[in-house]
Design a binder for this molecule. Structure first.
Ligand SMILES: NC(=O)c1ccc[n+]([C@@H]2O[C@H](COP(=O)([O-])OP(=O)(O)OC[C@H]3O[C@@H](n4cnc5c(N)ncnc54)[C@H](OP(=O)(O)O)[C@@H]3O)[C@@H](O)[C@H]2O)c1
Length: 335
């Protein structure tokens, strides 16, 4: 059956020098080969777009990379349409490394999770029940370890990861303070994600706003941006603060990395800890954390936003859109 199918895919055409744009990709077609023993053919339904893709595409040192000429690496949700792989059958819905394409021929190791729930929309397994949610809960619990009554500050507060962090911290009895960039996102942070205070870092005086919102200082800073936002938050750390370095969205150039204030005096005097986090180091706990988040979604106590465009080619410019802050919620492409 598979040999009669034509696949459309987005390939990496060149390495970006900064933020990847549509010009760094090209669309191509090829016929789908026969399914070999140990393989399965998946028809993709949802593709993910991640800020981290910038790092995967960069020439600079990174924890993961994708080569020029390859189909763009991506987590996707799809349905198995033919299988010669043990444990997978036609009709199984899966989330895994399937790439920006309509059909993916993969081995079981590409699959992160089989989706067995029938009462939850499958796209959520790329967002609040996917890498975003898993990152939020794992990094918050393992590094942030917030205690009741503490103040948790979150950058990219309205985004896929940030909106989940804000709600989880609130459910742990913390005061939550979010930073984001537009009035629409500020509104969503208050009304949908339950933040106690929201700062528009483009229009507010960040330092004065942090001082007012965090009179006892910042106990946990969930940092998705680095840059100016973090430079300000660091000044407000409380004694014993924990800083989770989860993303560096505001650093436009990595080579050379721009110099910021020296933070060692702050870390020393506040006895604070700052730690980098990569979700892929924690995949052993992925499924168990996702099932906890599933319960919260089912109970309507964890909410989310999705920003969806239709059609494979819309993925090509979508990374740049993330870096212009044009998304409100998890950025997805629907096929
Ligand atoms: N370490 C890990 O394992 C891991 C896993 C997943 C995600 N992450 C990181 O988590 C962060 C959020 O990811 P996400 O998927 O949830 O994306 P997202 O927050 O839904 O979208 C990216 C957001 O980044 C913000 N942004 C873009 N350029 C910026 C700039 N120059 N300065 C400040 N903010 C900027 C924008 O939000 P505003 O409009 O609010 O500025 C934009 O909407 C990213 O940094 C990502 O790399 C890390």
């Amino acid at each position: 059956m598979s040999s009669s199918l034509t696949n459309e895919a987005i390939y990496v055409a060149s390495r970006p020098t900064g933020i990847p744009t549509a010009e760094n990709f090209r669309k191509g077609t090829h016929s789908v080969p026969e399914v070999n023993s140990g393989e399965m053919l998946v028809r993709n339904e949802w593709l993910s777009v991640e800020p981290a893709m910038r790092g995967w595409l960069a020439d600079a040192n990174n924890y993961s990379s994708v080569e020029v000429g390859e189909v763009m690496r991506s987590l996707c949700v799809g349905t198995v349409i033919e299988s010669k792989a043990e444990g997978f059958n036609e009709g199984d819905r899966v989330m895994g490394w399937l790439g920006w394409q309509h059909y993916a021929m993969v081995k079981p190791r590409a699959i992160v999770q089989k989706i067995t729930s029938t009462d939850i929309q499958p796209s959520l397994y790329l967002g609040v029940l996917g890498l975003n949610g898993a990152t939020a809960i794992t990094a918050l619990k393992t590094i942030g370890a917030p205690k009741t009554g503490e103040t948790v500050v979150v950058s990219t507060a309205a985004g896929g990861v940030g909106s989940c962090v804000g709600q989880l911290a609130k459910s742990m009895g913390c005061r939550t303070v979010g930073l984001t960039s537009t009035p629409e996102k500020v509104k969503a942070c208050y009304e949908e994600f339950g933040y106690d205070h929201v700062i528009n870092y483009k229009t507010d005086d960040i330092d004065a706003a942090l001082k007012a919102a965090c009179p006892e200082g910042v106990d946990v800073y969930f940092d998705n941006t680095a840059g100016n936002i973090s430079d300000s938050v660091m000044q407000h750390l409380a004694i014993g603060a924990r800083v989770i370095v989860c993303g560096t969205a505001s650093i436009a150039k990595w080579d050379p990395v721009p110099m910021g204030p020296r933070v060692e005096r702050i870390l020393l005097t506040r006895r604070a800890r700052m730690q980098g986090f990569i979700m892929f180091d924690h995949m052993d706990t992925y499924v168990s954390y996702i099932s906890k988040l599933e319960e919260l979604v089912r109970a309507n106590t964890l909410t989310y936003r999705e920003h969806v465009t239709q059609g494979l080619e819309t993925a090509m410019g979508a990374i740049a859109e993330l870096y212009r802050g044009e998304n409100l919620g998890k950025r997805l492409v629907r096929l």
